[in-house]
Design a protein around this ligand. Sequence first.
Ligand code: A3P
Length: 289
Amino acid sequence: TTWKGIAEIAGVPLSADTVDNWSQIQTFKAKPDDLLICTYPKSGTTWIQEIVDMIEQNGDVEKCQRALIQHRHPFIEWARPPQPSGVDKANEMPSPRTLKSHLPAQLLPPSFWTSNCKFIYVARNAKDCMVSYYHFYRMSQVLPDPGTWDEYFEVFINGKVNWGSWFDHVRGWWEIRDRHQILFLFYEDMKRDPKHEIQKVMQFMGKNLDEKILDKIVQETSFEKMKENPMTNRSTVPKSILDQSISPFMRKGTVGDWKNHFTVAQNERFDELYREKMKGTSINFCMKL
Ligand code: A3P
């Protein structure tokens, strides 16, 4: 498989446009009241964005949709000239800002650390993340063709997908979680008890919404609702970028779909690699619900 249009920063594959814009990204000036949503791709980014949006808008669906249309959460490393970059968009935005990034902690613009921002990191178990990313690669018309599942398997475990190794990403963020204001969430917890996790997000954001609004946010951010909603299901993105006839963006939204993809041999190999790469961490993932 050839991986075109991709460059690397410190061994992490990123889109060539992001790499071209790297100095603007690294010198980005974060502000103390910024909130950064950060994830490894396919870990539930859109989901947490919708939750944060709903909390910001006090459960007002209308306002939330308007916010999404206006791209409320600039994607810090996103660059595709001649359109304004993620940094350009963030710079134009009034505070308090909510921003989004998929960058591993060590590549984040340093001002995020020095201005003591708040971060929400969502982690998803490696196997489901890998499966979701595979289908995303298939439907994306701007990413390289992932080839067969078996071919893609090698690329993923070698950390050669965009934004790099899942292991390094999750480990990197996990290890610094107590040194900064990081709310570290798990996709699987959000599935199992969305209300509880949404409550945590609300408290972290310093909001206090009443029970009725909280219940509404739980409903409105369910997979089913978000799959129907053109503002969250990405149906507004042209087919030349995301071809949803190949695989929908809101694909399954479950825990454990990896069992339908991994062979027994791949699973054993993955588990062994996992133990090696995650050795010494206390992080623990749920692999099925
Ligand atoms: P699947 O491909 O496993 O279905 P991201 O937003 O980071 O790109 O992540 C996309 C993944 O999150 C997809 O996973 C998508 O279906 C899932 N997802 C999005 N919204 C969700 C929700 N409300 N509940 C559960 N899963 C959701």
